[in-house]
Design a protein around this ligand. Sequence first.
Ligand SMILES: NC(=O)c1ccc[n+]([C@@H]2O[C@H](COP(=O)([O-])OP(=O)(O)OC[C@H]3O[C@@H](n4cnc5c(N)ncnc54)[C@H](OP(=O)(O)O)[C@@H]3O)[C@@H](O)[C@H]2O)c1
Length: 293
Amino acid sequence: MYSIQNDSIHLGYVAILPNMKQRILVLGSTGNVGKPLVQALTDAGETVVAASRNSAVARLDYSDPSTFAPVLEGVDRVFIVSPPGHYAADQLLAPFLEEAFKQPRKFVLLSADGVQFNDEAALRKVELKLEASGHRYVFLRPNWFMDNFHTFWLAPIQAAGIIPVPAGEAKSAFIDARDIAASAFAALTSDRFDNQAFSLSGPEALTYKEAAAILSRHAGRKIEYQHVEDQAFIASLIQAGMPRDYSEFLTSLFGFVRQGYASTVTDSVKTLTGKEPISLEEYASRNAGFFLP
Ligand SMILES: NC(=O)c1ccc[n+]([C@@H]2O[C@H](COP(=O)([O-])OP(=O)(O)OC[C@H]3O[C@@H](n4cnc5c(N)ncnc54)[C@H](OP(=O)(O)O)[C@@H]3O)[C@@H](O)[C@H]2O)c1
């Protein structure tokens, strides 16, 4: 695919001198993970192409192949985010990956913990495609985001001081999206983690009841966890505007939570970033303003 001539590597018509910094394409750049990642890379002096459907600088829509080639120009590393709400991530991402695979590149995929146990899971299918491609990759498999409390679950918290999800009494090792971004930064800017997968978690596993107590303390108001049954939860997601297939998929994931599969605390954030992960206390303190009526 490429050849070495006169100390430079020729990739088609792009010549890359050894150690010359290339561009990093960050997909989902306006999202929970993409935004702090773009900031960290920019602060570190990397050349970043921050892309999404609504990006003013680099418009990329997975559903519009005409947007792929312009943002991939001169890019040697790609951070991939599959947007939530899309049940079939593998199908959505396939045309983009086909284009991106035309040049040697490294891919850091925002995947999800648990997919490694199910080759039929959409994000696992994306992982398998990257593994088979021969390109370098890093898979980041985070636990449930702390950030869900101020995004997905925010409306009932603000309106009624409740977190109505079907999690039972099980614990989850919630992670702050900033730690996922910091892990992605490490995976993109170092070769040490290439061709490895990391299950990312926060520093401790908590029940939703315990999490609600922490949010309450920092918000200065009563916030309670309320277990809801699957069907009621699906109905509430659909009412909030989520597609039915994704609502059912998300609800099925809570089945794994109830069985304790989300409770594993890992040291991957420390391995990747050199720092301890952010606690829910710290997250709640920073985001307390969200949880007010
Ligand atoms: N939330 C959790 O607890 C959790 C746990 C484990 C794994 N994950 C995984 O994390 C990912 C979500 O990450 P996130 O929270 O950072 O996402 P997010 O905040 O919802 O951001 C999604 C990003 O994707 C872009 N986007 C949406 N549709 C697009 C399209 N058709 N083409 C190109 N870009 C598009 C959005 O920008 P525009 O609207 O401008 O396009 C936005 O930048 C999902 O794959 C999810 O499975 C989440």
